[in-house]
Write a protein that binds this ligand. Structure first.
Ligand SMILES: [Zn+2]
Ligand SMILES: [Zn+2]
Length: 250
């Protein structure tokens, strides 16, 4: 999996140092990806087996939980992942200080499967997400609503977690790969790529999956094609990775 994208020297230096300090010799990116995928799908299937002929009202859990998850993704990213908060400093460190320096808008792609570590959540997060978020909410729903509502919530929560992981994973694939060229991936990647511009990351495009909350809360932004072309030309002549200030909100 060799990226054809050229990497600015300061990003390359960060990557070399990061890999040396954080990616052990036994790390396997594909094993990490398989654990996230199979683990999430197993929980999802287990929950699906417990849903029995939901009523129309119970089915409403699905869209409501989906929008709720989108809003949580938005505020989780806009909040602790980009602004250090007491007790959650690890999220700021891993996302703003590491993920955003390892991948920039002009160097988005992995150079090998060992770079998956900088995109996928650590495996333990699957248990954290299940134990600290999905289970307590589902238990509450079990008592205040019904068992179908509780299990449907678990399905949406785990499905959303996996969608987040898979989409973020493919945004950082090589643009010219088969998956990277899929039209839907191109559109969604553009949203995340704009967010990876360090001059824009603190203010725009906080949704990683679908930009619903960005549209609701007025943080949806895409540079005009001319601004993008000017930035690319600027980067070529200076050899660096300059950023443009927002010139148009989408
Ligand atoms: Zn990213
Ligand atoms: Zn970010």
């Amino acid at each position: 999996m060799q990226s054809v994208q050229s990497v600015p020297p300061e990003v390359e230096r960060f990557r070399v140092e990061y890999r040396k300090a954080n990616v052990g010799p036994h790390y396997s990116g594909w094993l990490h990806f398989a654990f996230t995928s199979v683990g999430s799908l197993a929980i999802l299937a287990f929950a699906a087996m417990h849903v029995h002929r939901p009523s129309a009202l119970e089915w409403l859990t699905v869209p409501i939980a989906f929008v709720f998850a989108n809003v949580c993704e938005y505020f989780g990213h806009k909040g602790p992942m980009h602004r250090p908060k007491r007790g959650m400093a690890i999220l700021f460190q891993r996302h703003t200080r590491e993920h955003h320096h390892f991948f920039t808008h002009d160097a988005m792609a992995y150079q090998s499967s060992r770079d998956f570590k900088m995109v996928l959540f650590p495996p333990v997060m699957l248990f954290f997400f299940l134990g600290v978020i999905a289970t307590p909410v589902a238990t509450l729903l079990f008592f205040v609503a019904s068992s179908n509502v509780a299990w449907l919530f678990v399905i949406v929560a785990m499905g959303y977690f996996l969608t987040y992981e898979w989409l973020h994973f493919v945004y950082h694939l090589d643009e010219s790969s088969f998956v990277g060229r899929l039209p839907a991936v191109k559109v969604l990647r553009r949203h995340h790529q704009t967010h990876h511009d360090k001059a824009l990351m603190g203010k725009w495009n906080f949704n990683i999956t679908f930009p619903i909350s960005d549209l609701i809360f007025g943080t949806y932004f895409h540079p005009s094609p001319s601004a993008r072309a000017a930035r690319a030309a600027n980067a070529r002549t200076s050899g660096g990775s300059p950023s443009t200030a927002p010139d148009r909100r989408g």
